[in-house]
Every structure is written in structure tokens, then in C-alpha cells.
Design a protein around this ligand. Sequence first.
Ligand code: FAD
Ligand code: NAI
Length: 459
Amino acid sequence: MRDTAFDLVVIGAGPGGYVAASKAAQLGLKVACIDKSYLGGTCLNVGCIPSKALLESSALFYRAKKGLGHHGIGQSEVGLDLRAMMARKEKIVQTMTKGIEGLFKGRGVTHFFGKGQVAPGSVSVQGAGGEQMLTAKHILLATGSTPVELPNLPFDGEHVISSTEALTLKKVPERLVVIGGGAIGLELGSVWSRLGAQVLVVEAMEQILPGMDQEMAQQLERLLKRQGLKFLLGAKAQAVAIAEGRVTLTIAAGDQERAETCDQVLVAVGRKPCSAGLGLEEMGVAINERGQVLVDAQGRTNVEGIWAIGDLVPGAMLAHKAEAEGVAVAERMAGRAGQVNYEAIPSVVYTHPELASVGASEEEATAAGHEVAIGKYPFRGNARAHCMDDIDGLVKVVAEAHTDQLLGMHILGPQASHLIAEGVLALEFGASAEDVGRTVHAHPALSEVVGEAARAAVP
Ligand code: FAD
Ligand code: NAI
């Protein structure tokens, strides 16, 4: 008979839930973690990790296909074995899932497979072996999110698909239409475009990645167009018809309507929180009109002992944000101070080049009333970028004109996901653009571009 009394029961083993469970156990709490599907949540199984595995493989394929002759490397025909590419991705997911299993074992977290539902002071787990009741002093909701479905384009899993199916296609589509020019649309659109599909991205707004620094998003759009992706901005899919395995989409752009035929439509218009069926209404847990669970600055809901984090609550839907919240709530439950600095959460779109960003965009800083000083430097001016054959993009630094305080950093370029860590740290420590500019960067390195852009922002 397994123990059923815990200090903390976590519902959801995604990056929010599993990190919270393991941190709380490390701090001495007796912890259970429930998940109905898998360890690692969306991120590890159908999100961050499989998408990055395919992005890496497809980037290699694209580069090899384009030719390495200018490096003096000859090659015979480059072929694609999609099955092997998918198998490599699955192996990475399995390895990482096993890692969480090991982490739970090492820290003494009890793991239950089943659907969790809250009741006063307890959680029921509906699993293969029937129902079990667990009692808990604290309950942490970390049930994450699922893809948004468009009412006029319902998912059928074959022709109208979500990101989950787009990570497991058995064949490269000849034509793929992606609805939504956000992170998923651009990343998975890039994967299939590199592998040979003709990709059209249909975005409702007049800019891809709305919310990102406008200039950087426009530069990325230009570079993606050069790679063969097509974009239709200010446009929405109206209707879909499927006949003989082909999809015909009606798309409205302004007062124009056009039809597009393709093999698959990937709908990537956002994700919605998984708050239904958890027993929250019955418990009186406050939820907003978007289904997000409302929490205070500490991650507490309005019901004593119930906490929530990650994609389930308002804010950025990012794995590292969920993880940071998981650590902070675990610390608070253990009587320690937990802290998440929401002003310094990076966001990265893993296209080629990558677009990474932290803090305010130029538009946001201006709208907030700041007089801004902008510093920019292109990768084209960096020797290491030339050696790497990767010279597209730039670093843009946004600073307060009078105080020189760093407000934001935006990097479009090779390895931007790694380079942005410097901007995150600088914001975390309240640095000025001059502080970043005077920091000595190794030579030759891509990070020199960050230093140059910061110096360019200093009057
Ligand atoms: P989730 O990871 O969604 O985990 C929630 C877990 O709860 C799931 O395992 C689910 O099975 C379980 N669950 C739900 N309801 C119940 C229930 N009633 N009982 C028991 N268990 C339940 N973010 C990044 O930061 N970087 C990226 O590169 C990135 N790439 C992405 C690529 C794709 C294709 C997608 C779809 C998402 C990507 N994201 C990325 C977003 C990231 O995956 C999420 O922000 C992150 O997974 C949220 O973590 P979470 O713990 O809140 O929820
Ligand atoms: P998103 O919110 O990032 O982008 C959705 C896009 O679709 C927006 O640009 C929006 O304007 C557009 N849109 C909405 N309705 C539309 C319509 N009817 N027609 C055309 N366009 C429409 O959502 P996305 O890309 O689905 O990603 C979901 C979540 O997953 C995001 O919050 C994102 O942060 C996270 N994610 C993060 C990644 C990363 O960090 N690299 C990678 C993939 C996902």
C-alpha cells in the first residue's frame, strides 16, 4: 500500500510541476506528483525538446543540401531519412524523461499516473487501477496548456493539425499552410520548409511575432523569406474544405479573399490553460474568462493551501518561466523566500537565425514614457560570425537615454539563445549599457557583438 498523506501534492509533471516537486522534496517536504500522460509535460514530450531536436536536424540537412563547397568540403548527394530523424528526436525525449524519473527517485518524490482533481485538503487520482485519495497540506496546480482550436478549422489530426502532430509527420508535405506567425508557426514552419515543404505562414496581425521588437521581427521575416518561407500578414483563415486528401483553405486578407491548396494546415494560434475538470469551480478557485487560474504575486490562489504556476496562470507561456515559478513556490511552502523577476525572463524563437529577447522592446520602452537610447551592431561586423558562416542579424540594446539603465536587449543572430543570457544577467543586476559595454568579451566570439551594441547605446 503506497503512502497517501503528503505535505505537497503537485498536479502536472511539466517543467513547472516536476521542478516544484523535486525542489520541495529537496527542501524536506514529503511530495507526490501526479500526471495523466507523461513526465516532463508539454515541453519535454510535445513541445520545446522535440521541436528543438527537429530544428537541429533540419538545419543540418538544409546546410548540407545548400552545399559546403566554399569550405572546401565536397559531398555526394544529400539524402533525407525522416524516419531516422524522428527516431533521434524520440530517443532524446526518452532520455530526458528517464532523467526526471531518476530525479524523482533520488529526491524521494512519489509519482502517480492518473488524472488529478482537487477536493478540500485532498486530491483524487483517477488512474488505471481506479481512484485513490491523497491528502495534502499544499496543493500545486501545474496542469499547463493545450493548443487553441479555431472554430472554423477544427483539428482532425491529419489535415488540420496542431503542433503535436506537426512534430511527428511521416512524410514531408509538399505544401504546408501555417496559421499563426508566432513561435510555433515560425519554428515548425522552418523545420518543414528546410526539409523541402513549400510553407505559407498566415498571420492575423501586420507583423510576425507581435509583441517582439518590431524592427527585429521585420528583419527575421526578411531572412525567413530568403529561406523560402512565404508570409501573408493581416490575414485570417475563413474556412477549410478537405477532398481527396488535399486541403483547400479560404483566407481573408483585408477585403480580399483567396484560396490556398495544401497537404496540411498547422494551426498555431496560441495555447489555452488546462483548468477544466480539475474541480476548481466546486472549490471556489478564481479563474478568469480565458480559463487561467488567478494567483497573487506569490503563486497563491484565493483558496488557502492551493497554489498555481506555469502555463495555467496569466503570463508568458514559457518552460523556464514555469520552472522559475516552480522553484519559488516550493521555497515559499518550505518557509523560505522565493523570488521570480518577471522583468528579466528571456524569450527565444529558435528559427535560423534565432531571435532572443529580454526586457522592453523599443516600442514598449517608448510607450512606458522613457526617452530611449538605442545601440545596434550587426553580426556581419564580427570575425567569428564570418568564420562560422553565420553573419545575418544584429544585436539591439535599448537603454534609458538619461540614466543609461539597460531596459532591454534583442538579439537576432547565431546562438542568440545562449547570447541573451548576458542581457538577462545585466537586467537582473540592474546594469547600465555602459556596464555591458565595458565588460570584456572573449575574442573572437559572437558575444563581442553584444558588447559593441551596448557601447553604441552609450551617448
Ligand atoms: P505543461 O508542460 O503543459 O505540463 C502540464 C502537465 O500537466 C502535462 O504533463 C499534463 O499531462 C498534466 N496534466 C494536465 N491536466 C492534468 C490532470 N487533471 N491530472 C494530471 N495531470 C494533468 N517554451 C520554452 O520556454 N521554450 C521553447 O523552446 C518552447 N517550445 C515549445 C514548442 C512547442 C511545439 C510547444 C507546444 C510549446 C513550447 N514551449 C516552449 C512552451 C512550453 O512547452 C510550456 O510553456 C511549458 O511546457 C509549460 O509548462 P507547465 O509545467 O506549466 O505545463
Ligand atoms: P503565439 O501566441 O506565440 O502566436 C500565435 C500567433 O497567431 C500570433 O502571432 C497571433 O497574432 C496569431 N493568430 C491568432 N489567431 C489567428 C488567426 N485566426 N489567424 C491568423 N493568425 C492568428 O502562439 P503559438 O505560436 O501557438 O505558441 C503557443 C505558446 O507556446 C506561446 O505562448 C509560446 O510562448 C510558446 N512557445 C514558445 C516557444 C519558444 O519559446 N521558443 C516555441 C513554441 C511555443
